[in-house]
Design a protein around this ligand. Structure first.
Ligand SMILES: [Zn+2]
Length: 270
């Protein structure tokens, strides 16, 4: 049996036995999988920090017949600024839940890995959690192969312009005002502004899925570019509406309980 190495972000940790925990990693090379970690309850354990969620590390792993074993670990990037931000931690928990619940094991998803890592960076430099959540959902639907085309009528090919488009959530198709079907029980209304904003989300996701942010300067660059432009555009209504539509879409096509995955941590005593 051999050994291998992955670059990964820890997403879940379960105490299984006296001297062993099972850590779920989301890695660049192998996608999601579990490793056993031993001896982390000893005070001097060198593997104990590997269990911490807010970092990306190099994980050295030995193959076993049962669950593979973590043998060594080295930190690569630490997202320490997020420790004081319960909303950011809630959002990271939300993303982890998608990976844990909806992705198959041992299947590499580099575009999703990139965006999750990049979101860790972005959360450290701005507090637009609502927008960042939308970016993640957009990317996840894309990876799942069910992201709807929002700017072109599925019936006549007209592009979004004057009137509201309607998105049929069940079908994953949009219709222009001329082609609106009569029996739409799962319809969501998309104003031209919402469609325009979705194009902005798409453009940022296209960038974020393609490469990894490695420094705070890069993260600040995106924040002072894309996010600052959005703030200036003042698309509050559009941001909220697209967020609603995407959650509805995730809920219909992925899991009914997705809205409850975003759990804000309450401070002790409340
Ligand atoms: Zn049409």
């Amino acid at each position: 049996m051999g050994t291998y190495r992955v670059k990964a972000i820890p997403i879940d940790c379960i105490d299984t036995r006296e001297n062993e925990v099972q850590l779920t990693l989301f890695s660049e090379e192998e996608g999601k999988f579990r490793v056993a970690v031993r001896g982390t309850k000893k005070v001097a354990s060198s593997l104990r920090p590997a269990l911490d969620f807010l970092h990306e590390g190099l994980f050295f792993i030995a193959e076993r017949r049962t669950v593979d074993l973590l043998t060594e670990w080295a930190p690569l990037v630490e997202f320490n600024r997020l420790r004081q931000d319960p909303d950011a931690i809630a959002l990271i928990g939300y993303m982890s839940r998608f990976v844990l619940t909806l992705l198959p094991s041992r299947s590499s998803e580099i575009h999703l890995y990139n965006i999750i890592k990049n979101i860790h960076f972005l959360l450290q430099v701005n507090n637009h959690h609502d927008i960042i959540k939308t970016l993640f959902e957009w990317q996840f639907l894309k990876v799942a192969g069910i992201l709807p085309v929002l700017d072109v009528c599925a019936e006549c090919g007209a592009e979004s312009g004057d009137g509201d488009f309607l998105l049929d959530i069940a079908e994953g198709a949009v219709y222009c005002p001329n082609c609106t079907p009569q029996n739409g029980e799962t319809m969501s209304r998309l104003s031209p502004g919402v469609v325009q904003y979705s194009e902005r989300v798409k453009s940022l996701c296209d960038i974020l899925e393609g490469s990894q942010i490695e420094t705070m300067e890069e993260a600040e660059g995106i924040s002072s570019g894309w996010f600052a432009a959005e703030r200036q555009a003042g698309r509050r209504y559009e941001t909220r509406e697209l967020a609603k539509v995407l959650v509805r879409f995730c809920r219909y096509h992925l899991r009914e309980d997705i809205p409850f995955w975003l759990v804000r941590l309450q401070p002790p005593g409340i």
